[in-house]
Design a protein around this ligand. Structure first.
Ligand code: ZN
Length: 404
């Protein structure tokens, strides 16, 4: 391969950096401001910071750009998804630059339909690998299926003992590919996630894959009706996969759940589904609570289209880039950045209980994305390290250079 052996090490961050003159959205608008980064954290934000002695700090002029928190993507098939149409349809793993170039500085990995040829052990290893490559990475334990495949043999132990594991997911309901979970089975998993989350100070959520089945959110509604579990534990995704499901989402939100829209690839015929930008646009137009909405890419997930008999008639693959593309599209439609930004940052961080993520404030991790005038990703800083600078990839994963 070109460029020496794979090291897996990113260049160390300059200890002190000053980013000057960008329009800062924290996500609330802070106007043109300077940001001081120190030791991988945001140290200060002020309209104008004094010059530091030469040689002490690295200076960056970001005038003309908008500086926002790094995006959080809470649903990426880090080891690849798919496999639903045979071994040749297993999607390859996600690379560092697929994430970084989409402005994603925090990612949560999921398995998917295939918990047979893929394992939680592999997912945890890839998650730790991405951390070494410079991102902030977490994952869920489990897959579509029940009993939940785990690393330690129990959901609760996975949460308590395995650092990157934040909850259970993506557990499938209302889908012919699910394990057809009963209410009691869902409640048991959700209780383990919730209590495991309490014991470990983690999110303890169940990230639920919603299928196209007519039962929709019924199982979640009944779980809320019949248990003491807090609504925040249930985080359904793909809620924009069909119009009926999307129309039912506000009722779940009214009960206290946060719902997740998927940024489906745009070249796919949307059919009855809504593109993420359309779904978010409609959500805002209907005056629904923005703080209860998140968006994820389903990166490296396989998106098969089934006929009535469960046969695959078409297939596409999710890409992390659709997350930032959705943000760009919403800005192009004239929606205010400060309004839509929480859907990609703060809301996700709050649900995942990652208090050091999703906002620009002193003490937060130095995860930042600079957007150009068109709302596209210009530069990306993750934990104080530049991964993308003025459109150029600065850091690649250890094996990416052999496939430029
Ligand atoms: Zn899914």
């Amino acid at each position: 391969m070109a460029g020496g052996p794979p090291s897996g090490h990113v260049p160390s961050a300059s200890l002190i950096q000053v980013l000057r003159g960008a329009e800062v959205y924290a996500p609330e608008p802070r106007g043109p401001a300077d940001i001081l980064l120190a030791g991988g954290k945001v140290a200060a934000i002020a309209p104008s910071l004094p010059a530091l002695p030469p040689g002490l700090a690295e200076e960056h002029d970001l005038r003309g750009l908008r500086l926002v928190p790094g995006l959080l993507d809470a649903h990426v098939h880090l080891v690849g998804g798919g496999g639903e149409a045979g071994p040749h349809t297993r999607v390859p793993p996600v690379t560092l630059t697929q994430l970084s170039r989409a402005g994603i500085t925090t990612v949560v990995g999921v398995l998917g339909t295939d918990g047979t040829t893929r394992s939680v052990a592999d997912l945890v290893a890839r998650t730790l690998g991405l951390r070494a490559e410079g991102l902030s990475a977490y994952c869920y334990t489990g897959s579509y299926e029940l009993p939940v495949p785990t690393l330690t043999g129990s959901v609760r132990k996975d949460l308590v003992y395995v650092d990157p594991i934040l909850g259970v997911g993506e557990l499938a309901i209302s889908d012919h590919r699910s394990s057809q979970p009963t209410l009691d089975e869902l409640l048991r998993v959700a209780a383990d996630a919730h209590v495991g989350g309490m014991m470990s100070g983690k999110a303890g959520i169940v990230h639920l894959h919603m299928g196209d089945g007519p039962r929709g959110f019924d199982l979640i509604q009944r779980a809320l009706d019949t248990s003491e579990l807090p609504p925040r534990v249930f985080h359904p995704t793909h809620v924009n996969r069909n119009r009926k499901l999307f129309a039912a989402a506000p009722e779940l939100v009214r009960r206290g759940c946060t719902v997740d829209v998927t940024a489906f690839p745009p070249e796919e015929d949307p059919g009855d589904s809504l593109y993420a930008a359309d779904a978010i646009d409609r959500w805002l137009a209907d005056g629904l609570p923005v703080h209860r909405l998140t968006c994820s890419s389903d990166g490296a997930g396989c998106m098969p289209v089934f006929d009535a008999h469960g046969h695959i008639c078409a297939m596409d693959v999710g890409r992390p880039a659709t997350l930032s593309d959705t943000l760009t599209e919403l800005l192009a439609r004239g929606l205010p950045l400060a309004t839509i930004l929480p859907i990609f940052t703060t809301n996700v961080a709050d649900l995942l209980r990652l208090s050091h993520k999703g906002r620009l404030a002193p003490g937060a991790d130095a995860d930042l994305v600079a957007l150009d005038a068109a709302g596209r990703v210009d530069s990306v800083i993750a934990r104080g390290r530049w991964l993308v600078r003025r459109g150029e990839t600065v850091v690649t994963g250890p094996f990416e250079r052999s496939h430029p």
